[in-house]
Design a protein around this ligand. Structure first.
Ligand code: ADP
Ligand code: MG
Length: 248
């Protein structure tokens, strides 16, 4: 028997995306192996969010191919719903359902999409809330929680679908500074447990500590793709040097 080589968890091949005349993703080719934590950096408007959304097929692409765990993303239909469930996404805005309790928010997708029985979904939801440190808030409503707590619920909600990959698009950008760390701690825990993660963030401390790899984007292109150590101490491109000069 020949040894089987595991497919990369995320594989983007020559992906192009336009908004009208605006070329937002330019020939993006990227492989993220299983268990890797990739931090995506880059100036505003460089295409970071669009890349996340394309990987989750929230945004159609104009050319190229994106595969998750070896399966090319179909454009639509049932197969898409199933594959999308493999990719958890956490946004800057948590978008919890205001009229549902915390535990109900976490149970919702497994019950509706995966047809998980209520009791089982509740048990899993409570375990996940425990893991993000807010099991004691389970019966409250989102508005009763702080921003940091709500974002942790949003992470638990994404995990409830048992995703293979987690995408984070500036998960701490909307938070008051004192709540940033509690969310980063949950993300660091996930990374340590071996979750494959693509994280768009401006938190350079997190990038240095938790990332296996840094991707720097500018104008829709991947300009640098290297280790955090290399990126922060010896960026190669002028654009990366300029970016780091502004934020550090
Ligand atoms: P980033 O997340 O790096 O700030 P985005 O992926 O949000 O960048 O945006 C990349 C470019 O695409 C920007 O110029 C932005 O204005 C544009 N853009 C993003 N979404 C849309 C949209 N729905 N319609 C038109 N232009 C968009
Ligand atoms: Mg963005």
């Amino acid at each position: 028997m020949t040894a089987e080589v595991a497919a990369p968890m995320i594989k983007a091949s020559a992906v192009n995306k336009y908004f009208g005349d605006l070329h937002v993703l330019r020939d993006i080719t990227l492989e993220v192996p299983r268990g890797q934590v990739v931090v995506v950096l880059g100036p505003s408007g460089s295409g970071k969010s669009t890349l996340c959304r394309a990987i989750n097929r929230l945004e159609p692409i104009n050319s190229g191919e994106i595969a998750v765990d070896g399966v090319p993303l179909p454009a639509e239909g049932k197969a898409l719903a199933a594959l999308r469930a493999d990719v958890g996404m956490v946004f800057q805005s948590f978008n919890l359902f205001a009229h549902k309790t915390i535990v109900e928010n976490v149970m919702l997708a497994p019950v509706k999409v995966r047809k998980t029985p209520q009791a089982e979904a509740r048990k899993t939801a409570m375990e996940l809330l425990e893991r993000v440190g807010i099991a004691n808030q389970a019966d409250k409503y989102p508005a009763q929680l702080s921003g940091g707590q709500q974002q942790r619920v949003a992470i638990a909600r994404a995990l409830a679908m048992r995703p293979k990959v987690m995408l984070f698009d500036e998960p701490t950008s909307a938070l008051d500074p004192e709540m940033v760390q509690e969310v980063l701690d949950v993300m660091t825990g996930l990374a340590k447990e071996g979750m494959t993660m693509l994280v768009v963030t401006h938190e350079m401390g997190f990038a240095r500590r938790a990332a296996d790899r840094v991707i720097f984007m500018a104008d829709g292109e991947i300009v640098e793709d290297t280790t955090p150590e290399e990126f922060f101490t010896a960026p190669k491109s002028e654009r990366a040097k300029d970016f780091l000069g502004k934020i550090l």
